[in-house]
Design a binder for this molecule. Structure first.
Ligand code: NAD
Length: 335
């Protein structure tokens, strides 16, 4: 199986490349990534061919498609706040980029394309859990771009007979996820701050909930999808119905880390949805053999990964840690 992973230097992509090489049958894995949000260290020690280029560059993309049996298309600018700050570049990478990937795959006769959409497409629809036929109402340019990602993939299936599968990822977490940029996701930010004994920033009251999935589970589903060439005429939720409030995540992290975590509460962010939970019927029907890693086990593995990766604290920081150990949980007022 010769696999192309777009966005392979990113969080999900690099975990997928590792899993593909580890589980055999995927001796030949190629990556195309422009390293806009992905990082070199994610691919350190991985024996994959890396094309450093944009999916918006036709020549680089055609090279990437040559001789591939499947494409997992993950390349995107994946952030709601970033898309509000700069909607046009989000549209270019996520919507136009997906169209370019599908068109290049079609021209190169690649027999299967899996794409990553997002639960953000449900947006203002309050129903829980959300099944794939529930109405969509994107609340951010990012969500719009992901709706077009899945729509293009399904249109290529309908118009050109290209076998495609459009997953709606919910909230994925795990090793390799960045904490260190303005648009970082919540769990890596929590884990990083907590391990350093710093306050974690919570937008909103902490009662908002997300359907979290450990990245290893997502990779198992993706590899099963490409191995069996699964296609589907509707988008497919990729989550297991684990709706957890952010404050529960923090409590679990306190138990794993063994000390209280200070919270700084800020105003909710525009474009963020309040609750999110997947209906898992279609996923379980298409992927009956994939059992999810429990969220708490995933959190433990994520903490371990961050522990191994963080530089050792300087002596002054260690003193700060000791103070944090003795402190009680402080909740500052919303700004
Ligand atoms: P990530 O930012 O870590 O990875 C995205 C990768 O795409 C990066 O390596 C980036 O450099 C690359 N990229 C961006 N624009 C590109 C371009 N024009 N050409 C080539 N490469 C480009 O994000 P992630 O968390 O790994 O997300 C992977 C996919 O899953 C994205 O499509 C995202 O929208 C989707 N998704 C992720 C989550 C999640 O919880 N992580 C949730 C819903 C959907």
């Amino acid at each position: 199986m010769r696999l192309l992973v777009t966005g392979g230097a990113g969080f999900v992509g690099s975990n997928l490349v590792r899993a593909a090489l580890r589980h055999g049958g995927y001796a030949d894995v190629r990556v195309i990534d422009d390293f806009s949000t992905g990082v070199e260290r994610n691919l350190a020690g991985i024996e994959a061919e890396v094309i450093r280029g944009s999916i918006l560059d036709g020549e680089a993309l055609s090279r990437a498609m040559l001789g591939r049996d499947a494409v997992v298309h993950l390349a995107a600018l994946p952030s709601v706040p970033r898309s509000i700050a700069d909607p046009v570049s989000t549209h270019a990478a996520n919507a136009t980029g997906t169209l370019c990937v599908l068109e290049a795959a079609r021209r190169a006769d690649v027999p299967h394309v899996v794409v990553a959409s997002s639960s953000s497409v449900y947006g203002a629809n309050p129903v829980l859990p959300k099944d794939e036929l529930a109405w969509t109402r994107p609340m951010s340019p990012y969500a719009v771009s992901k709706l077009s990602t899945e729509a293009y993939a399904l249109a290529y299936q309908a118009c050109f007979g290209l076998p495609t599968l459009a997953f709606r990822f919910f909230n994925i977490f795990g090793p390799g996820q960045r904490h260190d940029h303005a648009y970082a996701a919540v769990i890596p930010r929590f884990v990083h701050a907590a391990l350093r004994g710093e306050p974690v920033v919570v937008h909103g009251d902490g009662r908002q909930s997300r359907d979290f999935t450990y990245v290893e589970t997502v990779c198992r589903v993706l590899l099963d999808a490409v191995t069996r060439r699964v296609q589907h005429a509707q988008p497919v939720n990729l989550a297991f119905g684990n709706r957890i409030e952010l404050q529960t995540v923090l409590t679990q992290l306190e138990q794993i880390i063994g000390r209280p975590i200070e919270r700084t509460m800020l105003a909710p962010r525009p474009g963020d949805v309040r609750h999110s939970q997947a209906d898992t019927g279609t996923l379980r029907q298409l992927f009956p053999d994939v059992a999810p890693t429990p969220v708490e086990d995933g959190l433990r593995a994520t903490v371990e990964w961050f522990r191994g990766w963080l530089p050792a604290p300087a002596p002054r920081e260690r003193a700060g840690h000791a103070e944090a150990l003795g402190s009680t949980v402080a909740v500052t007022s919303p700004s």
